[in-house]
Ligand binder design. Structure first.
Ligand code: NAD
Length: 358
């Protein structure tokens, strides 16, 4: 296997690995380890150009630094991408080679499942390197992150409701949930238990019917979900759902859900602010999953109770973001990045002063 370093400004380490025997072509980007070793998933995608794969790895690695910083996981940010079609080009030899690649970073980067990879792939990697997280509980890992992500979304949503309405009481409040998959369904249960009235939609009809019955929710057509007369719109399906087409349809006062990359473009954060809609930044509200994985790194290993306690910290993170957004008159989406960069800078100063004392 040939591993080449790609010097990249603003990133600690970026590598490209090519392995002729197995056909592996992969990149690992370590963005920042100030706060701890880098953690981030391993994506497999049929990128048409290598540049696109590197750009994706860099963008996602930086996102992981921000996400972990605000969630106070004690970890840094990194990401891996494998160039290839996950439907047709997966082999055991390829993932073993990927495991050897990850191992060369000696723990400065730990990988996990992501788009295009699954638990079975991670178990192959784990045979080659210990630097794999998020494995099933029976394999000593932290297991399915979704319930923790959903709990984080619930506490983050409560924070946004308090910011918008002056109280976090959900009795009588209406929430429109887009997507009742792993995250949306669990989130729906928390909301129902807290007294919210729910509207739900999903493109999977069976899942939608089952969820509506269990949650006592009203079913809405997927195209109608944006315009439901509700207090909270909760995206838990796709990215880029806050866009030029949907934003004018929203009747809610809060957008709070688990989906990644909810804003089609950065300016849509400004557009929400202009409309007086409180937005829970996606990478903060959906950090419950990574918080759960980070507990694997604690001395003594994974502990569910410790994880649940830490997920509740998302509420405070939201408070800090709302305060920053108000003070600087910027959208919460920008305030989240300001906060993340501040936390990393503080970590850097602390490390420097500790280094000077030695
Ligand atoms: P999932 O696949 O279990 O659920 C997504 C649901 O959305 C499915 O039921 C799907 O049918 C539905 N859906 C797809 N297109 C739709 C549309 N146009 N309209 C309505 N519904 C639609 O996925 P998940 O694990 O619940 O993740 C949901 C979102 O949260 C994703 O954006 C994911 O990246 C993000 N996320 C998940 C986790 C986690 O722990 N699972 C962590 C962080 C972020």
């Amino acid at each position: 296997m040939e591993i080449k370093r790609i010097p990249t400004e603003g990133y600690e380490e970026v590598y490209c690995a090519t392995d002729e025997r197995t056909g592996l072509k992969a990149f690992v980007a370590v963005h920042d380890t100030t706060l701890g070793p880098a953690l981030g998933g391993c994506r497999m995608w049929h990128y048409s150009r290598d540049e696109d794969a590197v750009t994706d790895a860099l963008r996602l690695a930086r996102g992981m630094t921000y996400k972990s910083a605000v969630a106070r996981t004690g970890l840094g940010g990194g990401k891996a991408v494998i160039v290839g079609d996950p439907k047709t080009q997966k082999t055991e030899a390829l993932f073993r080679a990927m495991g050897r690649f990850v191992h060369t970073l000696a723990g400065r980067y730990t990988t996990a499942e992501d788009v295009g990879t699954n638990e079975a792939d991670m178990l192959i990697l784990r045979e080659v390197t210990p630097y794999v997280s998020g494995l099933p509980r029976i394999k000593g890992g932290s297991g399915d992150p979704s319930p923790f992500t959903a709990l984080g979304c619930f506490v983050g949503l409560l924070g946004a409701v308090e910011e918008a309405f002056g109280s976090d009481d959900l009795n009588g409040k209406t929430v429109a949930i887009q997507g009742v998959g792993n995250v949306g369904y669990h989130l729906g249960k928390h909301l129902r238990d807290a007294g919210a009235k729910l509207y739900v939609t999903d493109v999977n009809e069976q899942r939608l019917e089952d969820a509506a019955e269990e949650l006592g929710a009203t079913i809405v057509d997927p195209r109608e979900i944006y315009s439901v007369d509700c207090d909270v719109f909760s995206p838990n399906a796709l990215g880029a759902v806050i866009n030029d087409r949907t934003i004018g349809q929203l009747k809610c006062k809060v957008v709070a859900g688990g989906a990644n990359n909810q804003l089609a473009e950065e300016r849509h954060g400004d557009a929400l602010l202009e409309r007086g809609i409180v937005y829970d930044p996606d990478f903060v509200i959906n950090a419950g999953g990574i918080i759960n994985v980070s507990v694997e790194f604690m001395p003594g290993g994974y502990d569910e109770e410790a994880s649940l306690k830490r997920v509740h910290n998302i509420r405070q993170a939201m408070k800090d973001i709302f305060a920053t957004a108000r003070a600087q008159q910027i959208p919460t989406s920008k305030a989240a990045i300001v906060l993340a960069e501040k936390i990393v800078a503080e970590g850097r100063r602390k490390a420097a002063s500790e280094g000077a004392e030695l």
